[in-house]
Write a protein that binds this ligand. Sequence first.
Ligand code: NAD
Length: 287
Amino acid sequence: AAWITGFVTGAEAGRPAPKATGRYAERFGGQLVLVTGAGSGIGRATAYAFAEAGARVVAVDRDAESAARAAEMARLLGAPAAWAETVDVSDEQAMEKLADKVATEYGVVDVLVNNAGIGLAGSFLDTTPEDWRRVLDVNLWGVIHGCRLFGRQMAERGQGGHIVNTASAAAYQPSRALPAYSTSKAAVLMLSECLRAELAGRGIGVTAVCPGFVNTNITSTARFAGVDADEERRRRKRTARLYGLRNYPPEKVADAVLRAVVRNEAVVPVTAEARGLRALSRFAPGA
Ligand code: NAD
């Protein structure tokens, strides 16, 4: 089995800031938004979109440098304040410390985006118990820690709030290539629906966002287990042909996240592929 990790390439150093849509300008003024995995891809685009919409932003990533860069850019884009926090979301104690620090120093989070995630390609029988644990620790437990700790703070404050969990279109469809990843994302989808039912009476919304293929580090650094370079190239080409969505930008997912919060949507498939898979799925809650 091979890891798909969120390497920070430094591309953002030379890349222009993502375009502001302006649609939610000032909509989140005064609110505190915490995004995990904010150093790259969808999380980074989401942190920037909330910054443009006037929110104060806490950019959380296990990679200190990329978190710091994201917070700096968030300020440039209009966030009245932005902070970087270096935390591994799978580390329960570190998450507890983060939740305490945020509540004490920045305030109760109004919008929590549990976005940090890792990919793993490889067949079920090739995936080791250690690999399973790492995927579930980050993709599932990371989300559970965030929901528990920050959800409780929101509930105790009693002024509502919103939690967005990044699941995936992989949650809709059994896969021979991504069994551990798909399982983790199906669990995130279900836990989001359970938590939504529980928190509805307290004015706290919960959304599961399910992107299809989006152009980020997680997809560009994908490695296939046990195949040589030529075979990997062939498979990449086939994937690109199949999905034809190589260039779906993370900024569009960010836009869907902000819209979901404004409209309090339960499950949001993003990309045509994700909407199609959801419609066909036997597994999707609420489908
Ligand atoms: P990415 O690799 O570009 O970004 C992920 C970020 O999360 C990185 O900055 C990484 O350092 C951080 N991260 C990883 N593990 C972490 C941990 N344990 N603690 C804290 N931070 C951690 O990938 P992305 O495509 O932006 O992925 C974001 C989310 O979207 C993930 O949950 C992913 O599964 C999901 N997703 C992505 C796609 C896609 O096609 N790109 C599709 C569906 C769902």
